[in-house]
Ligand binder design. Structure first.
Ligand code: ADP
Ligand code: ZN
Ligand code: ZN
Length: 740
């Protein structure tokens, strides 16, 4: 055991404790500065953990140190920019560095497995094979395979396409020593790039503006739906590749479709590495490793792909930058768009944020001149903007929520050979099951309190009840539990109920329901849409359909139930509704045929709807910003939300009251007004209970970001140490998106 005074490893462990842990270096090793960024296995209590060396130096205390077991990595896994950026993220989110580093890694690497191999396998003809080939039976698979390999080694991906049943044939060749399996670099055989459409003048200007940047340059590409933003990304990425640099593209959870990947692959002529939550852990680790080695030249992925190492970075693109899926809602609550900007700055590369409906944060930054603002005003090619009309459904007889005019419009569109999208942001059959005789309704036992009931959604044609918040399910009761009446009625409309009505009413046409129920598998949606093809028919769906699919024959969009977001208490509700309405409308008329969009509403005079129709998203958003400023909401104020939940409501409250006392004591008097921190709460969360836990929150808001962070830095050690913290589960969310 080395003497306590010799340098030790200061290790960040994936534990919810805001500190580092000192260890003596593993047997046979001395701690050196070059160990920083290496993963190391250490004993912790009776367990063994994998952590990351973040510093080397004298131990914090004079107590005898435990010895690390072994280094995992021969060289630092975290180095340079990524290590520094993750350090920044830990400070910004006020989260333990060990947890942040663990979050950045795919599961196998987090667990301490070595960086996986990333080479691909190929087959090559041996000399014996080249000469002996003629002796193989003509026309048989081994002979055909040997003939294919005469031109040179072929990797297994290409063999899959070139010769069905090649694997047994390859084994047969190997037995004769006619062929060998050899390791080749992952992207040895890129497909040839395919040309895209000629950029229009708007696209060309954007492409040139991006090409003219040097170093870090944040840019907003604001382009109406179908304006060809993806084409601009593709040009920028191709230029980045031509400079010998890597590109990272973030796409929203529902935007990463096989169609998107195929388009990138075909156009760029390099292999495109996907990173998303639907992939097996081992595959994610391989892609991460390929990025780390610089082999992955283009990485396209969802939220957590923002942690991909980019040793040769040249460009970061965030598509649909406004999308809510970029915000991580548990664990380390990072925002992938914001972290992409931090990384772009550290890497000194341009960051391109694209959207038809930019977030107010991003729009504000562009208006303030902090981001370059590129615009595409027109749809690309021959496509025309869809016409949008408001349909007043007050006093109209509705069938499954649809007005007679809507049904006629659907019929007309189908008759013209077009496709129709009926949008309803509610899965299941109906959102509520109500007793018509006594007023009882089915509430989730795990998400309801004495004063706030959370209705369970009716599913499976009415047979099952499911809670969309905690997943709790139960059979539909045969009779009302309160009054024994049999008059239990599903209330309200979900996609299942719409599908039922439309299938019955339009039985000559296919009706496809598209929601998380029918597209559980990632390629499920692609298969359903391929099955429909360009035939006339109806798609009934949730916002899964709002992004990522080009449906050239979609001529009509009907939005059922616009009203749900119009009167919400969430200060972002208007922004979210406007984005959703514009994105869904943007599905219509993306090719030659014009599109028409109908918004059904009981509030036809609502100013939000009129602002959108008259001036589009841009004028809505520009009117919304001053209101946010007047009300002191983001992007003009900065928020941090302290949440607590516990099985007993008073345990959550006790923790937050104690935390508020600490905050009060720490708030210095006499600050400049913009640096003053306002505390709101503790209050019951808008959703008072979920999955058995009572939920409370304490909101901090401040006009001056550094002041807010300084305050959090000052109080968090004391909050961590509160005895009440042991009786509640608590978390801090900096820049919360949902205040639910
Ligand atoms: P966005 O990303 O803005 O929604 P896309 O890049 O997907 O738009 O383009 C929408 C459609 O228009 C696609 O089918 C695309 O192939 C086509 N398109 C894009 N740019 C052009 C262009 N310059 N000329 C013709 N068609 C184009
Ligand atoms: Zn009843
Ligand atoms: Zn529930």
């Amino acid at each position: 055991m080395p003497a306590a005074s010799s340098p030790c490893l200061r290790v960040a462990l994936p534990l919810p404790l805001p500190r580092l842990f000192d260890y003596a270096p593993p047997p046979g090793a001395a701690a050196a500065a070059g160990d920083v960024g290496r993963r190391v296995r250490v004993p912790f209590g009776t367990r063994e953990l994998a952590g990351v060396v973040v510093a080397v130096g004298p131990p914090e205390s004079s107590a005898e140190l435990r010895q690390a077991l072994a280094f995992v990595d021969p060289v630092p896994l975290f180095a340079g920019e990524l290590f520094d950026s993750l350090g920044w993220l830990a400070r910004y989110t006020h989260a333990p560095l060990g947890e942040v580093l663990a979050t950045a890694l795919p599961a196998p690497l987090r667990a301490g497995e070595p960086l996986p191999d990333t080479h691909a396998w190929a087959w090559a003809l041996t000399e014996a094979g080249a000469t002996g080939l003629a002796s193989l039976r003509a026309g048989a698979r081994p002979r055909r395979l040997a003939e294919l390999l005469q031109a040179g080694p072929m990797d297994e991906d290409r063999l899959d396409q070139a010769l069905e049943g090649w694997r047994p044939a390859a084994r047969a060749l190997a037995r004769r020593h006619y062929a060998d399996r050899v390791a080749v670099p992952a992207s040895a055989h890129p497909p040839a790039p395919q040309p895209g459409p000629l950029p229009n003048p708007g696209q060309q200007a954007a492409i040139e503006a991006i090409a003219a940047t040097a170093g870090f340059a944040p840019m907003l590409l604001e382009g109406v739906t179908g304006s060809g933003k993806t084409e601009v990304y593709l040009h920028a990425i191709a230029a980045c590749l031509a400079r010998g640099r890597q590109a990272l593209v973030l796409v929203p959870e529902i935007g990463l479709t096989p169609q998107t990947l195929a388009r990138f692959r075909a156009r760029l002529g390099v292999s495109v590495h996907a990173l998303h939550s639907g992939m097996a852990d081992g595959e994610r680790a391989r892609v991460w490793a390929a990025a780390w080695r610089g082999e992955a030249r283009v990485v396209v992925g969802t939220r957590s792909a923002v942690f991909a190492p980019l040793p040769e970075a040249g460009l970061i693109v965030v598509d649909e930058e406004h999308d809510a899926s970029y915000k991580q809602q548990d664990g380390i609550r990072y925002h992938a768009r914001d972290f992409a900007l931090v990384r772009g700055k550290a890497l000194d590369v341009p960051v391109l944020l694209g959207s038809a409906t930019p977030s107010l944060e991003t729009l504000h930054n562009a208006q303030a001149g902090r981001y370059a603002h590129l615009r595409l005003h027109q749809r690309a090619g021959d496509a025309q903007p869809p016409t949008v009309r408001i349909l007043d459904v007050r006093k109209r007889p509705l069938q499954a929520g649809l007005a007679p005019e809507t049904l006629h419009a659907i019929e007309a569109a189908l008759g013209d050979g077009g496709q129709v999208l009926v949008f309803k942001n509610r899965r299941g059959y109906a959102p509520v099951l109500l007793c018509h005789d006594c007023g009882w309704s089915a509430h989730c036992p795990r998400c309801s309190t004495a004063t706030q009931g959370t209705p369970m959604t009716v599913h499976a044609g009415g047979g099952r009840l499911v809670c969309h918040h905690c997943g709790h399910r139960q059979a539909r009761p045969p009779a009302c539990p309160d009054c024994a009446s049999l008059a239990l009625q599903p209330q309200g409309i979900g996609t299942e109920r719409l599908e039922e009505l439309l299938a019955e009413r339009f039985s000559d046409w296919p009706v496809l329901r598209i929601d998380r129920g029918t597209t559980a598998r990632r390629d499920g949606l692609a298969r359903l849409l391929a099955e429909l093809g360009e035939r006339p028919g109806i798609l009934v769906g949730t916002q899964i359909l709002a992004k990522g699919h080009d449906l050239p024959n979609l001529t009509r969009v009907v939005v059922v139930g616009v009203d749900e977001g119009l009167f919400s208490s969430d200060f972002r509700a208007g922004e979210k509704l406007a984005q959703l309405l514009i994105q869904v409308a943007g599905r219509a008329g993306r090719a030659q045929r014009p599109g028409e969009v109908w918004w059904q509403t009981h509030h036809p005079e609502h100013p939000l709807l009129h602002a959108l129709i008259q001036g589009g998203y841009g004028s809505f958003a520009r009117a919304e910003l001053p209101q946010r400023e007047a009300a002191g909401f983001p992007p003009f104020a900065h928020l941090a939300l302290l949440r607590a939940e516990a099985q007993q409501a008073d345990a959550a409250a006790a923790f937050l009251h104690a935390a508020r006392d600490i905050l009060h004591a720490a708030l210095p008097a006499g600050r400049a007004p913009e640096a003053a921190i306002a505390l709101h709460g503790p209050l019951t969360a808008p959703m008072a209970r979920r999955a058995g836990m009572y939920r409370m929150q304490l909101l901090l808001s401040c006009g001056h970001r550094p002041a807010l962070h300084a305050c959090l830095d000052a109080v968090l050690p004391a909050i961590h140490a509160l005895p009440q913290a042991r009786r509640a589960r608590w978390s801090l969310d900096v820049d919360p998106v949902d205040l639910y």
